[in-house]
Write a protein that binds this ligand. Structure first.
Ligand SMILES: Cc1ncc(C[n+]2csc(CCOP(=O)(O)OP(=O)(O)O)c2C)c(N)n1
Ligand SMILES: [Mg+2]
Length: 369
């Protein structure tokens, strides 16, 4: 197998890296030790969170879960690279960006139960994390729409002179959807203050990324849209941080969008409903396990003297306790208020919905309030 993560300077055909093969940083990306430790903690937390939540799903306590395993660097480094007021439009695997912004873990996890603690009031499938308090919009389950949504939001913010930008994510599979093409055309033509990121994790469920396009790389598509494209090592959190920061600064300056291909690998299954052993080889998985983004960052931190075996063990213990208590808190809530079915669409309920709401209240008075 050719080395997919070999460093190269060409922006759209090469690969932008900061960590070298020995996991040393080839330059300073402007994060101090405190920020690096926080970034490491977030990477570790997300890896452990997935592990624990998958067990929760297997125990039948939630119906579905979408793991991020192997792709943690992109959502975490993106959140570090953005301003707090910027809007995030995640796809399936970037929802945890909002945790970096301090969104409470139990409330975040309650989304998977769709219960009374869930800010979405139980209206979404599990693993569709969002929160107005964190400026993060839920993805739509359909593949692709979050990209035009990010472009529209970015243009709206410019019209309001808000000074913020938007970041929209999609997968390699989503690039075959018309929504992504429409969004890129529009964003480029109107210089929308947006950053668009394609996480090329090499698979769209069981379809390999090479089956999605005849283009040699996803980043190279940017050339035809007339905007800069960057192909970055998505398993190198420092490289992702650097390119997102630069693209965000460009968008904020009014110079328009950037299309970023983050080259990574989905180490786990597509979701808790998938069995990847039916369509991909163990050799491929082993190749990428050697390039695990969390392990590479740990090695970088250890070489810098910021992480030791003892500090790592203590961190894992602390994170396990934090996650366990957040899961217990999330799970303890009852179902959402049934009246919520009629809220948040109409300022004033039309007569037919009023009738339905009243009928529901009359049928189950104890549960509807
Ligand atoms: C419009 C649409 N078509 C098909 C699906 C079914 N589906 C769900 S996830 C997925 C694969 C997405 O692959 P990719 O965009 O690479 O994202 P990844 O899951 O790899 O993060 C598909 C086909 C869907 N949700 N929406
Ligand atoms: Mg994919």
């Amino acid at each position: 197998m050719p080395d997919v993560l070999a460093a190269s300077d060409d922006p759209v055909f090469g690969l932008h890296r900061v960590l070298d093969d020995a996991c040393h940083a080839t330059r300073d990306v402007g994060l101090d030790d405190d920020a690096l430790l926080r970034m490491y903690r977030e990477l570790r937390r997300l890896r452990l969170l997935d592990e624990k939540m998958l067990l929760v799903q297997r125990q039948g306590r939630i119906g579905f879960y979408g793991e991020v395993k192997g792709q943690e660097a992109t959502p975490i480094a993106t959140a570090f690279a953005l301003d707090r007021d910027d809007w995030i439009f995640p796809g399936l695997r970037e929802g945890a960006a909002m945790l970096v912004r301090g969104f409470p873990l139990a409330t975040y996890l309650a989304q998977c139960w769709g219960n009374a603690l869930d800010v979405q009031k139980g209206r979404q499938m599990p693993s569709h994390f969002s929160g107005r308090a964190a400026n993060q919009v839920s993805w739509s389950s359909c593949i692709g729409p979050q990209v035009p949504q990010a472009v529209g939001a970015a243009m709206a913010m410019r019209a309001r002179r808000a000074g913020s930008i938007a970041v929209g994510f999609c997968g390699d599979g989503a690039t075959s959807e018309p929504d992504v093409h429409n969004a890129l055309t529009f964003a480029a033509r109107f210089k929308a203050p947006v950053v668009l990121v394609c996480q090329n994790n090499h698979w769209a469920i069981s379809v390999p990324c090479r089956a999605q396009t005849a283009a040699p790389t996803f980043a190279s598509k940017a050339v035809a849209y007339g905007i800069p494209g960057v192909r970055v090592d998505g398993n190198d959190a420092l490289a992702v941080y650097e390119v997102i920061r630069e693209a965000a600064a460009r968008a904020r300056r009014g110079d328009g969008p950037t299309f970023i291909e983050s080259v990574t690998y989905r180490m786990g299954a597509h979701s808790s409903s998938d069995d990847p052993t039916r369509y991909r080889s163990n050799d491929e998985v082993a190749y990428w396990a050697q390039r695990d983004p969390v392990e590479r960052f740990r090695r970088f931190m250890a070489a810098r003297g910021l992480v030791t075996e003892a500090s790592d063990a203590a961190l894992l213990e602390e994170l396990a306790a934090e996650i366990q208590s957040a899961i217990a808190e999330a799970e303890r809530h009852g179902p959402p208020n049934r009246d919520g079915l009629f809220e948040d669409v109409y300022a004033e309920l039309p007569w037919n919905l009023r009738e339905q709401r009243d009928a529901l209240r009359a049928a189950e008075p104890a549960k509807s309030h």
